[in-house]
Design a protein around this ligand. Structure first.
Ligand code: MRU
Length: 369
């Protein structure tokens, strides 16, 4: 996507041919700064401290982290050590494991002397694939937005989204925002309600930034406003992303997603989840019981960062000193609240049967059901 007329992906190899550049998302929307990653430790820190975040981008960053580790030592021991170190950075998004597995498979196929080259080629391929996957998610989601627009000719289609599932969360395009960009580019009148997404404010800081730079009309709302907006007919559909989707269609996404799904169900608002195949965890069946929910520092709840009127970016405490705070990063929305899953292969019901209809190769061989 474009920033001030220049096309950016969220991650790319620098001109030296080996170090990796990222956009420091902790500085957005106040400053657009890029950071150079020069080792696997740098990549791990960028993921843990959320300079990069969003399920697909976490996977892409880990892939390049592995590349940089292999430049220093291409042995099996270092490959396995770095794999484990990167995998431990954030627990909920399954794309991280998917990407590291793909990298390890590609590297193990070749001799030690060819490993670095093979790793960089695979990381680049994974990034390109992510871009194409998200583009297709956009096309498939566009059909749904178009349907809503045709049902209310001349009126704006209002879409609510939570967290940031745009191009900043992926390599380009995004998942939940890809259909919105395509709808806007196709001339459909869309307006996005952007949940602020406490505590880290990915909605207010990142989604609103992205949409604004692309010229998509949007309004930031406090996280608690969705129910009210739905009751008053101000939301035509919700689209969110996901960090892990079970084989049965349960979806883990940023904390607060579940409450939006409940409000949508109660108000007959369609609730869609957009995802690439890399976010499906075929080993899991019960999201609420099985998906590990990341717990982050309470400081992210008790403190907020923003820009003062003088233009200085500062962090302030918003609670009384000494109060305990809990910071669950994600929640799980059971499949029954999801109207449909928008994937690169099409849209399906959020169920085992629905997912297998799009990914028949995942059907166990002895499964006749
Ligand atoms: O904690 P974050 O910012 O990494 O959480 C991101 C989300 O929850 C996104 O909605 C999710 O990764 C899907 S985005 C493609």
């Amino acid at each position: 996507m474009k920033i001030d007329g220049t096309h950016y992906r969220t991650i790319w190899v620098a001109d030296d041919g080996w170090s990796v550049e990222i956009i420091d998302q902790t500085k957005l929307p106040h400053e657009f700064a890029t950071v150079s990653l020069q080792s696997a430790d740098d990549a791990a820190r960028a993921i843990r401290d959320m300079l990069v975040r969003g399920a697909p981008l976490i996977g892409a960053t880990a892939a390049y982290g592995l590349c940089m580790a292999l430049r220093e030592d291409a042995s099996d021991e270092n490959l396995d050590r770095t794999y484990d170190m990167l995998l431990a950075t954030r627990p909920t998004a399954v794309n991280l494991k998917w990407s590291l597995d793909a990298m390890r498979d590609a590297v193990r196929k070749v001799g030690h002397n060819a490993r670095v080259e093979a790793a960089y080629a695979e990381a680049a391929r994974l990034c390109d694939e992510d871009v194409e996957t998200c583009r297709r998610i956009g096309e498939n989601g566009l059909r749904i937005v178009r349907g809503l627009a045709e049902a209310k000719p001349g009126q704006t289609v209002n879409i609510l989204t939570h967290c940031n599932a745009g191009w900043l969360a992926c390599v380009d395009w995004g998942t939940a925002l890809a259909p919105i960009y395509m709808a806007h580019d196709a001339g459909l009148p869309v307006h996005v309600w952007v949940d602020e997404t406490r505590p880290r404010n990915q909605g207010a800081s990142l989604t609103a930034f992205e949409l604004g730079r692309h010229g998509v009309p949007h309004t930031i709302v406090p996280d608690n406003a969705g129910g009210h907006l739905m009751q008053h007919g101000k939301i035509d559909m919700c689209i969110v992303g996901t960090d892990r989707t079970t084989s049965t269609g349960d979806v883990a996404n940023k904390i607060g997603t579940y409450l939006k799904a409940l409000a949508a169900e109660a108000n007959n608002v369609p609730f869609y989840v957009a995802l690439p195949h890399t976010t499906i965890d075929w080993t899991m069946k019960d999201g609420v019981r099985e998906i590990e929910i990341e717990e982050r520092s309470p400081r992210e709840v008790t403190h907020m960062t923003g820009r003062t009127e003088k233009g200085e970016v500062v962090t302030v405490e918003i609670s009384a000193p000494g109060s305990a705070a809990a910071n669950y990063g994600f929640d799980v929305t059971p499949a029954r609240y999801v109207t449909g899953l928008i994937t690169e292969r099409g849209v399906c019901p959020a169920s085992r049967e629905g997912l297998l209809s799009l990914y028949p190769e995942k059907k166990p061989e002895n499964d006749n059901g």
